[in-house]
Ligand binder design. Structure first.
Ligand code: GDP
Ligand code: GDP
Length: 436
């Protein structure tokens, strides 16, 4: 199920990033007494009661050096486009300002539920400051204090009330959901068009099911696929879509709904730092990954050229050693037919379960081959292992002391599991748990 998304909107310095950090539960961005400080993260997971949702700090989206009012308009647009519920944040110490009224006007145009937070109400005496906020027309204002962590519970109770009943997507377990990520101009939209137009797929219009308007449903060889849209593909021509923060936000949103993520690399310009960052998001999210080297038509293609490019990728993306690499051209459709089979394999492995007895045979063979490490005279003992989850496949290894399970030994076990079961395309997770 797709998680609900909450966006925090408001003029600079009202406390958006303070509240974001509170909701996300870690101190992740630096809050300073300067409006518009750079924020590292603007999209993250939060939880209230039993509900998990994602939060956007729209204050982190800056469009070039546009004037304040233009920035605020873009931020409100992002919230309206991306969120299920909007928290409109104001500053209860300063009262309603012209900038608050500007934001109000923008939000009136949306039909998204809006919850009004009046921040910086640090003590009960200040509560009477909130009454003037009724005049904004968003109903009851919620007094909160981001820095003291007050009032957030009531605000969140109201926020979760507005979450869509059933988050407009019926996930079909047999359908493979995939998305394409990569820097601007790497060829994401071209590749989607090529798949849809050339790959002898049946593009379906499924009646009666509620779904994301921008998804593309298709079928090939009796397998259903859904291509999840990212901003790079949508091209609606909104100004904020060109900002890096927004494209990261869209990529994260798409990754979250995917079984398989295609990480696109431009053969013509080669690998750049941004590619690694983007690939890192998919890896961290535990999704299956296929690396797609696009624009292969611009390279004098040969086995040797492919080997060389592969070596470069393996060196630069060591954390993605499990991801298959597909070389193709979205433009000429050369080698395009190799893509869908790779996606299918990566998705099958993402959901694969292995029998416990075979798993333990593999682990015991591995132990016999490579003695377990010792720390301060104590030797790691591995008792048994079991697979506890899929998507991605996750294993618990019961040991005498988890501290003794070094990164390198964990890696060794991972490689043995991969050798035995061939989890091509998917990350796998190994947890060490204590058992005497
Ligand atoms: P943003 O620009 O809307 O993201 O605002 P920030 O989160 O960066 O906060 C702006 C300033 O307000 C910082 O100096 C914060 O420490 C301060 N601030 C945030 N929340 C509160 C609060 O609840 N009470 C008080 N007194 N100050 C706060
Ligand atoms: P996006 O921003 O990632 O969606 O990239 P686009 O699909 O808009 O492509 C950006 C540019 O790269 C366009 O000019 C495309 O024509 C070009 N392009 C895309 N795929 C290929 C390819 O396989 N070969 C070549 N030579 N150009 C391509």
């Amino acid at each position: 199920m797709r998680k609900s998304v909450v966006a925090i909107v408001g003029r600079p310095n009202v406390g958006k990033s303070t509240i974001f950090n509170r909701l996300v539960g870690e101190r992740i961005s630096i809050v300073e007494d300067v409006p518009g400080v750079t924020r590292d993260r603007i999209y993250a997971q939060a939880e209230w009661l039993t509900q998990e949702f994602n939060v956007i700090d729209t204050g982190g989206i800056e469009v070039g050096d546009e004037p304040l009012l233009v920035q605020m308009r873009h931020q409100a647009e992002v919230a309206i486009d991306e969120a299920d519920v909007i928290i409109f944040l104001t500053d209860g110490r300063e009262g309603i300002t012209g900038a608050d009224e500007e934001v109000t006007k923008l939000l009136y145009k949306s039909n998204k539920p809006i919850v009004l937070g009046v921040n910086k109400i640090d003590n009960p005496e200040m509560r009477e400051n909130i009454y003037e906020y009724y005049s904004l027309g968003f109903g009851e204002p919620f007094p909160i204090s981001g820095s003291h962590g007050l009032g957030l519970g009531d605000l969140l109770d109201e926020v979760v009330k507005h979450f869509p009943e059933k988050n407009n997507e019926e996930i079909n377990e047999d359908t493979v959901y995939f998305s394409l990520i990569g820097r601007p101009n790497v060829g994401k939209s071209s590749l989607v068009n090529s798949i849809v137009n050339e790959e002898r797929v049946i593009v379906s219009e499924i009646e009666g099911t509620t779904r994301e308007a921008t998804d593309t449903h298709l079928q090939k060889d009796n397998q259903d696929f859904v291509i999840i849209d990212t901003a790079g593909m949508r091209k609606r021509g909104k100004v904020y879509e060109t900002t890096e923060k927004y494209s990261v936000l869209r990529a994260l949103k798409a990754i979250e709904r995917s079984d398989v993520v295609l990480v696109l690399i431009d053969a013509e310009t080669g690998i750049i730092e941004q590619d690694k960052k983007i690939a890192g998001y998919a890896h961290d999210a535990g999704r299956s990954i296929v690396i797609v080297v696009n624009k292969w038509d611009t390279i004098k293609s040969s086995e040797k050229a492919m080997k060389e490019f592969e070596t470069k990728i393996r060196n630069q993306f060591q954390f993605l050693d499990y991801a298959p690499i597909v070389f193709l051209s979205a433009k000429t459709k050369k080698r395009l037919h190799t893509l869908i089979p790779s996606i299918k394999i990566a998705s099958e492995n993402h959901a694969k379960r292995v029998p416990t007895n075979v798993l333990n045979d593999v682990i015991m063979d591995a132990l016999a081959m490579n003695p377990t490490p010792t720390l301060k005279g104590k030797r790691l003992k591995v008792l048994y292992a079991t697979q506890v989850a899929v998507k991605p496949p996750s294993f618990v290894v019961f040991v005498n002391d988890p501290e003794l399970m070094h990164f390198s030994y964990r890696r060794f076990l991972e490689n043995k599991i991969r050798d035995a079961f061939g989890f091509v395309g998917t990350p796998i997770k190994i947890f060490a748990r204590q058992r005497q």
